[in-house]
Design a protein around this ligand. Structure first.
Ligand code: DX5
Ligand code: ZN
Length: 216
């Protein structure tokens, strides 16, 4: 059974407390918070003060996905804001090993996100240092995009590498996850399913989370 991480990018920003309460009562173990800086990605979302408020209202793991340049400048502030998992993009880090170390030294789980075009070979040497690898199954920057099917193979090869290395790294899938493609993703090796629109645009978000959680 995968960990389900509803993405607040698709929540009603006027009622974030309601979204927290819904997730608190649901089968989701994590909640996913997308930070965009308008530089690494062509969009701006929300930042440290909003995450600080959300982390106080949730009983779940705060999984913060940084789509920003120079993430090392802000790691400490995200820790103070309540982040439990902090994920940086390989493409945004000139010294990725140092970034992972910094995040772990601050007491958070360290994640690496990969854009669809970035091969997993780009992180082979640091794979065992990461607590999580986030495979982007859309180009980052926006919610509600279509799942890129070719990424299924990438998930499979990542799973193989993790097993070969005997690492404990979790595989997270982010972008276009639906009730239709979730089973194939879990079969390919996904441990964490991020879901924005699939959860928050559903008639019954809690039942949708339960349905994602029940996939094996
Ligand atoms: C996209 C974000 C995703 C986004 C997913 O750049 O990283 O987390 O919220 O949204 P859906 O699930 O709607 O594709
Ligand atoms: Zn994300």
């Amino acid at each position: 059974m995968p960990i389900v991480a509803p993405s607040f990018l698709a929540a009603d920003f006027l009622h974030l407390e309601k979204a927290c309460e819904m997730v608190n009562q649901s089968a989701a173990e994590w909640l996913h918070l997308d930070v965009m800086d308008g530089r690494f990605v062509p969009n701006i979302s929300f930042g440290i003060p909003v995450i600080s408020a959300i982390s106080k209202a949730t009983t779940k793991v705060c999984d913060v996905h940084l789509m920003i340049e120079e993430p090392e400048k802000y790691a400490e502030a995200f820790k103070a804001a309540g982040a439990n998992v902090l994920t940086v993009h390989a493409e945004a880090c000139r010294h990725l090993h140092r970034n992972l170390q910094q995040i772990k030294d601050l007491g958070m789980k360290a994640g690496i996100a990969l854009n669809p075009h970035t091969p997993i070979s780009a992180i082979d040497e640091v794979l065992a240092d990461a607590d999580l690898v986030c495979i982007m199954t859309v180009n980052p920057g926006f919610g509600g995009q279509k799942f890129i099917h070719a990424m299924l193979k990438k998930v499979e090869s990542l799973k193989e590498s993790i097993i070969k290395k005997g690492a404990n790294t979790l595989i997270e899938i982010d972008g276009g996850v639906t009730l239709d493609n979730a089973a194939a993703l879990v079969r390919a090796g996904a441990d964490v399913l991020v879901a924005g629109n699939t959860v928050f645009a559903a008639n019954d978000p809690m039942a949708t989370i339960a349905a994602l959680k029940a996939i094996s």
